[in-house]
Design a protein around this ligand. Structure first.
Ligand code: PLP
Length: 392
C-alpha cells in the first residue's frame, strides 16, 4: 500500500544521507592540477618516472630490489662523477642529506668553516652547531659568491678546522658558487670538503672527484626531476677514514652512514625499510639523465637559461646574483608590482608556479626554476608570455 511506499522512500533517503556522510569524510579521489613547475623545486616529473613510482612494490630485501639498489648506486656515481663506493640516496629529503653529511663528519668540539651567502649556508651553520661544532662563518653578501681567498684566510687563521662546507647552488639567491679552487685549498690544508649540491646536481657541471669534494648531498626533486623524498649522498675514502676514526658515536641513529653502509653495501643488513618505490623513481630519473647524457643536460640548462635571461631582461627585470645559476633565476620584483598577486595570477590563470623570495628577499625577489624536465623551450616561452601579460 501507499504507507509501505512512504516507508520505503524514507529508508532510501536515510541510506543516501548516510552514504553522503561517509563519502564526505573520506574525501574525493585525488585529482591534482597539472602545473608547470618553475619554482625552486620540485620540478615537473616526467611520466616515465611517475610510472616507475607506480610499479609493484617488492620487499626491500627482495633480490629484485637489491638489483635496483645496485643499479641506482651505479647511476648516482656517474651523476656525481665519482668512484666513491659510499654513494646512495638517503631515505629523506635534501635537509636529511645535509644533516647526514654534517653529523657523520663532525664530532662535538670539531671546528668547521661554513660559507654563508644565503639561507642554505645559514642552515648548514645551524646543523653544524647542533652537532657540536665550533662554526667559523665565512660570509659574503646575499647574491654574491664566497671568494676562495676568504676560505684560504679562514683556514690559515684556524688550522684545526676539520671540515669546510659550501653551497654550490644557493637556491635562495640564485648564486652559482665556483668550487674547484676552494676544493684545492681545502685539500692542501688537509680538511674535508663538504658541498651542498641539492639544486645543482644534474643541471650544472659538478665533479666530485676532480674537484676534491669529500662529501656531497643533493635532492631528488630539482634537476633530477624525481618527486621529493630522496637525498643522494656521496662520501670519499678520506671522509670514510675520518668517520672510522671517530671517538664518539654519530649523534643521529637514522643518519649514521657506517650503519646505512651495510644496508646499501655488501651485507644488506636491515637498517630501515627503504622507500622501495621512490628508489624505482630515482632509478628511472637517473636513467633519463644518462640517456640524454650528463654533459648534454648541463648544456641544455645553460641554453634555456640564456633564453630565459634574455626574455626576463627584455621585460625589464634585473637578476639578483652576480653569477647566476642556470637552473635557478632570481630576479628583483619590479617597483610597484605586487609580488604575491603576480605569483597567484601565474598559478591560477596560467598554471605556472614560480617561487617567491626567502628571508630578507621575501616579497622582493622571484625565483624562476629551469630544472630537469622543467627546463625546455616551451617552459621558457610560456612563462615569458604569461609574465609579460601580467606586468604593467
Ligand atoms: N640545500 C639547498 C641548496 C636547497 O635548495 C634545499 C631545498 O630547496 C635544501 C638544501 C633542502 O632540501 P629539502 O627541501 O629537499 O629538504
Amino acid at each position: 500500500g501507499s504507507e509501505g511506499d512512504t516507508r520505503g522512500a524514507l529508508r532510501t533517503r536515510a541510506l543516501r544521507a548516510k552514504l553522503a556522510a561517509v563519502t564526505s569524510t573520506i574525501f574525493d579521489e585525488l585529482d591534482p592540477p597539472t602545473r608547470l613547475l618553475m619554482g625552486p623545486g620540485p620540478s615537473d616529473v616526467p611520466p616515465r618516472v611517475l610510472r616507475a613510482l607506480a610499479s609493484p612494490t617488492v620487499g626491500h630485501l627482495d633480490p629484485y630490489y637489491l638489483r635496483v639498489m645496485n643499479e641506482t648506486r651505479e647511476l648516482l656515481k656517474r651523476t656525481f662523477r665519482t668512484d666513491n663506493e659510499l654513494t646512495f640516496p638517503i631515505s629523506a629529503t635534501g635537509m636529511a642529506g645535509m644533516e647526514a653529511a654534517v653529523v657523520n663528519l663532525i664530532e662535538p668540539g670539531d671546528e668547521m668553516i661554513v660559507g654563508v651567502n644565503g639561507v642554505f649556508g645559514e642552515r648548514m651553520c645551524d646543523v653544524a652547531a647542533r652537532a657540536g661544532a665550533t662554526v667559523h662563518r665565512v660570509e659574503a653578501p646575499w647574491g654574491t659568491t664566497i671568494e676562495p681567498d676568504a676560505i684560504r684566510a679562514a683556514l690559515s687563521a684556524n688550522p684545526n678546522v676539520k671540515v669546510v662546507g659550501i653551497v654550490h647552488a644557493e637556491t635562495s639567491t640564485g648564486a652559482h658558487q665556483p668550487l674547484e679552487e676552494i676544493g684545492k685549498t681545502v685539500r692542501e690544508h688537509d680538511a674535508l670538503f663538504l658541498v651542498d649540491a641539492v639544486t645543482s646536481l644534474g643541471g650544472a657541471p659538478l665533479e666530485i672527484d676532480a674537484w676534491h669534494v669529500d662529501a656531497c648531498y643533493s635532492g631528488s626533486q630539482k634537476c633530477l626531476s624525481c618527486p621529493p623524498g630522496l637525498s643522494p649522498v656521496t662520501f670519499s675514502p678520506r671522509a670514510i677514514e675520518r668517520i672510522e676514526k671517530r671517538t664518539s658515536k654519530v649523534q643521529s641513529w637514522y643518519l649514521d652512514v657506517s650503519m646505512i653502509k651495510s644496508y646499501w653495501g655488501g651485507e644488506r643488513a636491515y637498517h630501515h625499510t627503504a622507500p622501495v618505490n621512490m628508489t624505482y623513481a630515482m632509478r628511472e630519473a637517473l636513467r633519463m639523465v644518462h640517456e640524454e647524457g650528463l654533459e648534454q643536460r648541463w648544456a641544455r640548462h645553460a641554453t634555456h637559461h640564456r633564453a630565459l635571461r634574455a626574455g626576463l631582461e627584455a621585460l625589464g627585470l634585473r637578476y639578483v646574483p652576480e653569477r647566476s645559476l642556470p637552473m635557478l633565476n632570481a630576479v628583483h620584483v619590479p617597483a610597484g608590482v605586487d609580488d604575491a598577486a603576480t605569483r597567484k595570477a601565474l598559478l591560477e590563470q596560467h598554471g605556472i608556479e614560480i617561487g617567491g623570495g626567502l628571508g630578507p628577499f621575501k616579497g622582493k625577489a622571484w625565483r624562476v626554476g629551469l630544472m630537469g624536465a622543467s627546463c625546455t623551450r616551451r617552459h621558457v616561452t610560456t612563462l615569458l608570455g604569461a609574465l609579460g601579460s601580467l606586468l604593467p
